[in-house]
Design a protein around this ligand. Sequence first.
Ligand SMILES: *[C@@H]1O[C@H](CO)[C@@H](O)[C@H](O)[C@H]1NC(C)=O
Ligand SMILES: *[C@@H]1O[C@H](CO)[C@@H](O)[C@H](O)[C@H]1NC(C)=O
Ligand SMILES: *[C@@H]1O[C@H](CO)[C@@H](O)[C@H](O)[C@H]1NC(C)=O
Ligand SMILES: *[C@@H]1O[C@H](CO)[C@@H](O)[C@H](O)[C@H]1NC(C)=O
Ligand SMILES: *[C@@H]1O[C@H](CO)[C@@H](O)[C@H](O)[C@H]1NC(C)=O
Ligand SMILES: *[C@@H]1O[C@H](CO)[C@@H](O)[C@H](O)[C@H]1NC(C)=O
Ligand SMILES: *[C@@H]1O[C@H](CO)[C@@H](O)[C@H](O)[C@H]1NC(C)=O
Ligand SMILES: *[C@@H]1O[C@H](CO)[C@@H](O)[C@H](O)[C@H]1NC(C)=O
Ligand SMILES: *[C@@H]1O[C@H](CO)[C@@H](O)[C@H](O)[C@H]1NC(C)=O
Length: 427
Amino acid sequence: MSTNCMLTSMFILYIPVLLCSFHVYCADRISLRYGELIRDNETLVSPGGEFEFGFFSPSGSSGYKRYVGIWYKWDKRTVVWVANRDDPLVNSNGTFGIGTNGTLQVLDTSSRKVHWYWKDDYWCDSCTNANMTVNLKESGNLVLYYNETRLWESFENPTDTFLPRMSMMSSTMILTSWRDRDDPGIGNYTIKKDPLDVGDLNTLIIYQGNTIYWKSMKDDRLSTISDYFSMNPSGCKRRSDYDKSCIDYNVRLVMNFSGMIEVWKEKNRTWSLIQAEPRNICGVYKFCGKFGSCNPNNKLPCKCLPGFMPDVPEKWHSGDFTNGCSENNKACGDRNTFLSLKMMIREDKPQESYMVNDENECKETCLKNCECKSYSYDEQDSCQIWTQDLLNLQEEHPYGQNLSVRVAISDIGNLLSGRFYFLYEFA
Ligand SMILES: *[C@@H]1O[C@H](CO)[C@@H](O)[C@H](O)[C@H]1NC(C)=O
Ligand SMILES: *[C@@H]1O[C@H](CO)[C@@H](O)[C@H](O)[C@H]1NC(C)=O
Ligand SMILES: *[C@@H]1O[C@H](CO)[C@@H](O)[C@H](O)[C@H]1NC(C)=O
Ligand SMILES: *[C@@H]1O[C@H](CO)[C@@H](O)[C@H](O)[C@H]1NC(C)=O
Ligand SMILES: *[C@@H]1O[C@H](CO)[C@@H](O)[C@H](O)[C@H]1NC(C)=O
Ligand SMILES: *[C@@H]1O[C@H](CO)[C@@H](O)[C@H](O)[C@H]1NC(C)=O
Ligand SMILES: *[C@@H]1O[C@H](CO)[C@@H](O)[C@H](O)[C@H]1NC(C)=O
Ligand SMILES: *[C@@H]1O[C@H](CO)[C@@H](O)[C@H](O)[C@H]1NC(C)=O
Ligand SMILES: *[C@@H]1O[C@H](CO)[C@@H](O)[C@H](O)[C@H]1NC(C)=O
């Protein structure tokens, strides 16, 4: 019997009418031993009552579909983990427990079909099942133990939600969105650490397994996401799940089915959205393509820089901007000038960077190099040179910088009247 059952048993001394029947008084179990089951109408509850584990149907889902998952006990609609994401039961004959071969499993007892299971080639294939237990921790972590050893935990196999004290290491920091609002199946968006970023700080949202949909940058703050979670503050050991001292509020990070990564914070049992990325259409990676500039406040968010034309006009005019824009004439040599723009360059590092004495030196450096497509000079005498196509340009962004884009004089005609900061309209 679980600890809770034993506690309940003690009441029997005082209230003899009550019996410790599992179904009636021990519903708030925190753990499950080998041989014990969670039925469709039963749950595990974490010791402090924050989280609950069991069968559920997503609110709004059509038809009778039963999933096994973890949610906030005080907010049953907010599900933080799902076992059988893509394989719901369609009746109420499901059970969850430790199977005969030591697996965790979700079983339809009427058809004997296993809808989800976990089994790894762990070190103790010959473990006595009798020494296995499943615990729901106050942190929301479901843990399978063999004696004191953790064999499996939901925190290392997240679905679409990060909770405080989950590991933020590259290998486990992968969340996959639900398929839709009421369908926990594998969806279109995955968030993970950028494998090319050695610092392990940047985050990517990947669309359908192969397209970058969003990339974090410094001002998005998600690059330092662990701050939100007090990931491993000193004195907070991941394993001591009963020690709540390192979290004083609820926070969760969700890879939403809509493609947004969201940070939600709870106060007085109400969730508020404190951050979402991409925060507008211009945050979507390469939304306007090369040499396209994005303005989220415009009806048509993308336009080509002056002197540039859409690569594939039919697509561009139908609202697909991904092909971007090209110069009318290849800019190189004396018949060139620079467009001075105030722009945000999202997630696009310059290919070269120099210290110079003044802006003119930066400009000359660019002019001398036919490969140079644009430069940016700042007051600290730093000269940045882009030899590759400019991507992810955004207007009217608080972090905008001065950017000079090389164009052929013949291409911009009467626009050539000194400095202008998007005073043009491009039809
Ligand atoms: C759950 O349902 C079973 C029958 O399927 C019933 O025997 C049991 O009492 C129910 N348990 C609870 C906690 O309602
Ligand atoms: C399975 O559950 C359904 C209710 O969802 C019930 O009608 C049916 O009799 C059960 N089947 C078996 C074999 O227990
Ligand atoms: C363990 O049980 C699961 C589910 O019942 C099954 O799919 C799997 O093949 C079993 N593994 C072994 C090694 O018997
Ligand atoms: C392991 O199983 C044995 C036999 O059932 C039992 O006596 C012992 O208390 C168990 N140990 C733990 C740590 O659960
Ligand atoms: C688990 O506990 C049981 C009973 O206490 C013991 O016999 C067994 O050696 C333990 N297994 C391991 C791997 O520690
Ligand atoms: C996921 O992508 C598919 C294919 O593009 C699309 O039909 C579906 O609507 C998308 N799902 C969501 C929730 O956007
Ligand atoms: C996902 O986004 C939708 C619409 O933007 C919102 O209604 C919903 O609450 C979000 N879901 C989660 C799990 O945050
Ligand atoms: C918290 O919520 C309760 C119930 O909704 C309300 O009565 C109370 O005033 C709220 N407290 C604060 C500090 O907002
Ligand atoms: C951008 O250029 C303008 C006009 O030359 C200048 O006033 C401003 O300080 C520059 N901004 C930066 C960040 O260098």
